[in-house]
Design a protein around this ligand. Structure first.
Ligand code: PMT
Length: 220
């Protein structure tokens, strides 16, 4: 099902979680499985796009015809994404950690008999999506995801303007049947002068529907 609007375009997609190491045995991570981003990569490749997939630590097979770059941390994801530019379309489907430990211990952090608690000092990670969106150049469309538990439209539209995106795909998280880990997802897409609901379906189906919308927004 080659799509003439996407055929030959370079589509850069981030997927999965990032892991922020605390020491050689522990990390801060999140529940992203990578399924949504991998489904988008497969659907874009099937439509004739040249796809680069920057994947956090996930256990998923690389879709046919997709070039995959594996990363672990937010810093590595940023580096891999920026190195893969220029692209025609960027889709940020990864759940990038917003914080990372200020220091990474090169030895295992030990507790003692006296230890009753511990405080971790975290620092903000760079916003990859906002940084990509700032790079004008070849980019025809920048698409972000918003994972929200409440006030979905408010936060999604906030990201659209704050990060200067063309499209935000908002999904509900924190409930069964959508968002993190699930095989299914439901979403609402927001752009400057429009929105569209996508009913719950498999991430594969939803990815195809989202790429159809992306094709339309390219034309618009
Ligand atoms: O991987 P799955 O299990 O299939 O689940 C899919 C998903 C729920 C993870 C995915 O659909 C999704 O919503 N991804 C974005 C999750 C998220 O972290 O949202 P956010 O609201 O924190 O971030 C908003 C956007 O900014 C995202 O496009 C994110 O990739 C990007 N971002 C965030 C922080 C950061 N430091 N850099 C970024 O690029």
């Amino acid at each position: 099902v080659v799509d003439s609007r996407l055929q030959g375009l370079r589509v850069l997609i981030s997927a999965g979680p990032t892991y922020e190491d605390l020491d050689p045995v522990r990390y801060i991570g999140n529940r992203s499985s990578g399924k949504m981003g991998f489904a988008l990569a497969a659907a874009a490749a099937a439509r004739g796009a040249q796809v680069v997939l920057v994947a956090g630590p996930v256990q998923l097979a690389t879709p046919d015809g997709v070039e995959r770059v594996n990363v672990r941390s937010a810093a590595q994801m940023r580096q891999a994404v920026l190195s893969a530019l220029p692209a025609d379309i960027y889709i940020g489907a990864a759940a990038v950690s917003d914080y990372t430990p200020r220091v990474v211990s090169d030895q295992k952090l030990k507790k003692t008999a006296q230890t009753t608690g511990m405080t971790l000092e975290l620092v903000r990670t760079p916003d990859i999506l906002a940084e990509v969106a700032e790079q004008t150049g070849a980019l025809k469309l920048v698409v972000g995801f918003a994972a929200e538990t409440h006030d979905v439209e408010k936060y999604a539209r906030g990201k659209l303007t704050a990060k200067r995106l063309d499209l935000v795909i908002a999904n509900r998280v924190g409930m069964a049947g959508s968002g993190f880990e699930s095989d299914d997802n439901a979403a609402t897409a927001y752009w400057a002068d429009g929105e569209r609901e996508f009913a719950s379906t498999s991430k594969q189906q939803l990815a195809g529907q989202l790429l159809e919308l992306i094709g339309q927004r390219l034309d618009a």
